[in-house]
Design a protein around this ligand. Structure first.
Ligand code: NAP
Length: 281
C-alpha cells in the first residue's frame, strides 16, 4: 500500500482519515476533506492511500490498531470486499450492496456505511418527489445508491433504462420499487425527476443519446457524472429551462456525511462555491 501524500505506511502523526482504492491518484476526496479541515482549523489530515486488493486485509488490520486513524473512504475495487473486514450494523451489504466509508463507532470499533445515498438525496430533499414518477438511467453501483434513496423517499413509479435490462428489473425488485425496466434508448416517459446514474456522458465514455422533450417544464434533471461538470445532458436540460443538479453536488454531499463521521463536525457552511471552483480546475 502506498500513501500518496506521505510515502510511508504509518500514519502522518495526529488524527487522520484516508481514501483507499486501486487506482487512487484521481480521487477528489483529499481536496474536498483537506479544504474543510483547513477552513475549520481542525488539526487533522486526509490523504489518498493506494491499496491493492491483496493488501486490503492487512491495511484494515493495521489501521484498526492505529488510534489516530479515524476511518477511510472506499472506492473501486474495494467497495464490496471491505465489508468482509468490518461490522455492517446498517446492513449496507444487503441493501445498497457496497460500502463507501469506514469509520469508528463510540467504542472505537470499525463499521461500514454508504454515504452515496444520502449525498444523492440532499440536493433534492425539498423537491416534493413523493408519489411522483422518476426515470433512472443505469443499473450499476451508483444506481443502487440512487434507487435505495428513491425507495426511502417514496417516489412513484420508477422507470430504469439500462443496456442490461435484466439487471435493471432485478434492481427494481430488490428495492421494492414499482415501475418498469426498459432498454436504453427507449423514449422517456414523462417524469418529475430524471437521473443519469450510468457512465454515459462521462469523459472517455460514450455519449448519452437522449431526447428530453417528454419531460414536463417542472422536471428536475440530475446527472451523477461530474467529469465533465456540464455534461451534454445538463446542457440540454438547461437549454429547455429545466432545473438541474450536477454530479459535484452528490460528490460533495457524500463527502460531507463522511467528514462528520471522521472528524465529529459538519463541514463549514457557505463555502460550496469556492470548493466547487477548486474541484473544477
Ligand atoms: P458501474 O457500476 O460500472 O455502472 C455503470 C453503468 O453504466 C451501468 O448501468 C452500465 O450498463 C452503464 N454503461 C457503462 N458503459 C456503457 C455503454 N457503453 N453503453 C451503455 N451503458 C453503459 O459504475 P457506477 O459506479 O455505477 O458509476 C456510474 C457513474 O456515476 C460514473 O460516471 C461515476 O463517475 C458516477 N458516480 C458519481 C458519483 C457522485 O458522487 N457524483 C458517485 C458514484 C458514481 P450495464 O449495466 O448494462 O453494464
Amino acid at each position: 500500500m502506498t500513501a500518496i501524500a506521505t510515502p510511508d505506511t504509518s500514519g502522518p502523526g495526529g488524527p487522520y482519515a484516508e481514501v483507499i482504492g486501486d487506482p487512487i491518484a484521481q480521487s477528489k476526496s483529499p481536496l474536498i476533506h483537506g479544504t474543510w479541515l483547513a477552513d475549520l482549523g481542525i488539526a487533522a489530515s486526509y490523504r489518498a492511500c493506494h491499496v491493492r486488493p491483496d493488501e486490503l486485509a492487512d491495511y484494515i488490520a493495521r489501521r484498526r490498531d492505529d488510534p489516530d486513524w479515524r476511518g477511510c473512504n472506499v472506492t473501486i475495487p474495494h467497495k464490496i470486499q471491505v465489508l468482509d473486514h468490518v461490522a455492517d450494523p446498517g446492513g449496507v451489504r444487503a441493501s445498497i450492496g457496497a460500502a463507501n466509508t469506514i469509520a469508528r463507532d463510540a467504542t472505537g470499533a470499525l463499521f461500514a456505511t454508504n454515504t452515496d445515498a444520502g449525498g444523492f438525496f440532499a440536493p433534492i430533499a425539498d423537491a416534493g418527489l413523493a408519489g411522483k414518477p422518476v426515470v433512472v438511467i443505469g443499473a450499476g453501483g451508483a444506481a443502487r445508491a440512487v434507487l435505495f434513496a428513491l425507495a426511502q423517499m417514496g417516489v412513484g413509479p420508477v422507470t430504469v433504462l439500462n443496456r442490461n435490462v435484466l439487471k435493471a428489473s432485478m434492481l427494481l425488485a430488490a428495492f421494492g420499487l414499482k415501475g418498469k425496466a426498459l432498454p436504453l434508448g427507449s423514449p422517456l416517459p414523462p417524469a418529475a425527476l430524471l437521473v443519469n446514474a450510468s457512465a454515459l456522458g462521462m469523459a472517455g465514455q460514450e455519449p448519452l443519446d437522449i431526447d428530453l422533450a417528454p419531460l414536463p417544464a417542472d422536471a428536475i434533471v440530475y446527472d451523477l457524472v461530474y467529469s465533465p461538470l456540464v455534461t451534454d445532458l445538463i446542457a440540454q436540460a438547461e437549454d429547455r429551462g429545466l432545473a438541474t443538479v450536477d454530479g459535484l453536488e452528490m460528490l460533495v454531499g457524500q463527502a460531507a456525511l463522511a467528514f462528520e463521521l471522521f472528524f465529529g463536525a459538519p463541514p463549514p457552511e457557505g463555502d460550496d462555491e469556492a470548493l466547487r471552483a477548486r474541484l473544477t480546475i
